[in-house]
Design a protein. Structure first.
Length: 92
């Protein structure tokens, strides 16, 4: 379980770093993104390990990455151009 947790934390950190690097204008502060991705992956590993049982490390890691991706997707904000169009439409 320790290696699964460590692996999921590393994968969550890598995924959140990639998201923060690729979409800096659509995400909050880098520290929040890194923490959310890491904790989401750890939580995903815990839930997946409880559902699948011991001895299924690849499945646990896939579940950890999936939950981390969902958590990071919840942090995304709309693009600036879309936000401007929406505010212009509500003013008229």
């Amino acid at each position: 379980m320790f290696w699964e947790a460590l692996g999921s934390v590393m994968l969550g950190l890598a995924l959140s770093w990639a998201a923060a690097h690729r979409l800096p204008d659509r995400l909050p502060a880098r520290r929040v993104v890194l923490a959310s991705g890491t904790l989401g992956a750890l939580f995903g590993a815990l839930v997946t390990h409880a559902a699948l049982g011991p001895g299924n490390a690849p499945g646990t890691l896939v579940g950890a990455v999936a939950v981390a991706a969902v958590v990071l997707s919840l942090l995304l904000r709309p693009t600036a151009t879309r936000r401007m169009r929406r505010s212009a439409a509500t003013q008229s």
